[in-house]
Design a protein. Structure first.
Lengths: 427, 95
């Protein structure tokens, strides 16, 4: 197949035909290097937008980042007039896809906007505009363009709560939004023509989708019944027209754990991570480990952060039930290796895991409290207040650490007795 | 003063608090994992599940109802930064 033609002989940008009735009207952003602060890309990205022509009107699926609106409109104008547009669908409201929406709606005021139910509150916040009319849709809702029909699949958290995919039923095409996308920019546009982009596909999954594995699996339950699909057309990166089902399969593989754990279903896992400068926090960690080990059905592991890399610890944490962090307080703060580990956890789901914190200190011990707050922010539950010990732990304090470990293990098994307190006593 | 007894199921802690106290004030003190954003009923971050004692909480305002609807909250959900305890037994947990 020949290379797609992105502009005509006069240099004017052109839409690219994907079928008789479907065109790509997206834009290339080859200069982007960092996306959303956290994602890297070595060759930029694309903001893919699509146009579908039915016998009774035209639909636009997603727009582009605002700065690229001009290119998007030029491509759109090469295949349709604004007064033909009947339907605008936004699969995802992040500004990289909604940026050109206000201007598009100004140019095509007769068009109806379709967004997911969950997108409603975001629309207002993003566009800072009240008067925008729209129809919220759920899985199974359809919109007719005459001889072409769009049907919606709500796929929350891939990548935001609002995300949805749009199925063009008659052509077996799925407009998948961020799902199956990647930040990769190649003028050849199609998966069977661009350079090897697998690394980028995997990287995108790892950073955007992995925290929401459970949601990926639910979304795949909606998408797999649509197979075989002719094309999967994501909002970023190469369009998947050659064996698109392989990418669906890959998402399924990535959303399962690699190796089944040997730990029984009736057992819980507790990980203790520490870092110690003079050995005091380490002694606390060991005592907590001993205390927790005295409870059956809890598999406890003790790790010194000095001896490990972050990435394998993140995998370990993803599968664990409870996490305990030990840090000295130095200069009024927990130490950097702890913060480095905690800031790498955004890629996994931590909700309702058990958390606990301990540490030694010289003058003040605010590090423990700071890490506890951070754990709560990460949606862990922190039911047992952390222990702080001034410098070298006494025998009595070591005993307290053992109790702390024991209580954490009991908490994991639901064996801790309920606590009743009065608000006034909390100060 | 009338007191209410509210249980945070995620940490298994029950607190007795004066009627009229907002749940946010209690949950932050005991360390339940209910998280907060705007703290004024606007962002929906603090949606929680009320598993017991729905009628022992202050009625949701029109604004709270709207935020709950926009976030597709279920019928057992309230905003922890808005709901006040009125008396009796209440049981909540993060969603
Ligand atoms: S914290 Fe924003 S609504 Fe309660
Ligand atoms: Fe996104
Ligand atoms: Fe995106």
């Amino acid at each position: 197949m020949s290379k797609p033609i992105l502009s005509n002989s006069a240099g004017t940008l052109q839409a690219v035909a994907l079928s008789e009735r479907v065109h790509w009207i997206g834009v290339l952003d080859p200069n982007l290097r960092t996306f959303d602060i956290i994602l890297k890309t070595a060759n930029g990205t694309t903001y893919n937008s699509y146009l579908v022509r039915g016998s009774e009107g035209v639909a636009i699926i997603d727009t582009v980042k605002e700065a690229f609106a001009a290119d998007f409109f030029t491509r759109l104008e090469s295949v349709a007039r604004y007064d033909e547009i009947k339907v605008i669908v936004l699969n995802h409201l992040e500004p990289d896809h909604s940026g050109a929406l206000p201007e598009l709606m100004r140019r095509a005021p007769q068009a109806r906007l379709y967004i997911s139910q969950k997108a409603q509150s975001m629309l207002k916040a993003l566009l800072k505009q009240d008067a925008l009319e729209f129809t919220p849709v759920l899985t199974g809702d359809t919109v007719s363009l005459g001889d072409r029909t769009l049907s919606f699949l709500h796929t929350p958290y891939l990548h935001w709560p609002d995300t949805q995919c749009t199925h063009l039923i008659e052509e077996k095409i799925l407009f998948s939004g961020d799902v199956f996308g990647c930040h990769f920019c190649d003028t050849r546009l199609f998966n069977d023509q661009v350079g090897d982009f697998r690394f980028s596909f995997e990287y995108y999954y790892a950073h955007i989708m992995r925290p929401f594995k459970a949601f990926v699996n639910t979304a795949l339950n909606l998408i797999e019944p649509l197979l075989p699909l002719q094309q999967i057309l994501p909002a970023h990166g190469p369009m998947l027209r050659d064996q698109p089902q392989r990418y669906v399969q890959r998402y399924r593989e990535l959303s399962r754990s690699a190796l089944e754990s040997d730990i029984g279903a009736d057992e819980k896992t507790l990980l203790i991570f520490y870092i110690s400068s003079y050995g005091n926090t380490r002694r606390m960690a060991e005592a907590i480990y001993e205390g927790a080990m005295s409870i059956e059905k809890v598999r406890v592991s003790l790790y010194d952060l000095e001896g490990g890399e972050i990435a394998p610890f993140v995998d370990l944490i993803e599968g664990a039930d409870g996490l305990v962090f030990g840090t000295p307080t130095i200069n009024g703060d927990a130490v950097k290796p702890i913060w480095d580990l905690l800031s790498s956890l955004a890629v996994v789901n931590l909700k309702s895991k058990l958390g606990g914190v301990f540490g030694s200190y010289g003058w003040t011990g605010e590090g423990v409290k700071m890490v506890e707050d951070r754990l709560r922010g990460l949606k862990l539950r922190v039911p047992i207040p952390g222990i702080r010990i001034k410098l070298i732990p006494t025998d009595e304090e070591i005993y307290l650490c053992r109790e702390f470990g024991l209580e954490l293990a009991q908490e994991l098994l639901g064996l801790r007795t309920a606590k009743v307190i009065d608000l006034a006593d909390l100060g | 003063m009338a007191k209410a007894s509210i249980t945070f199921e995620d940490i298994n802690v029950t607190v007795s608090a004066p009627a009229g106290t907002r749940i946010i004030e209690i949950s932050e003190k005991v360390g339940s994992a209910i998280t907060y954003g705007c703290r004024e009923g606007d962002c929906g971050t603090c949606i929680m599940k009320v598993s017991e004692g729905w009628n022992n909480l202050s009625e949701p305002s029109v604004l709270e109802d709207k935020i709950l609807r926009e976030n597709m909250a279920g019928k057992h959900n309230r905003l922890a930064c808005q709901a006040q305890v009125l008396g009796g037994k209440i049981s909540v947990k993060p969603v």
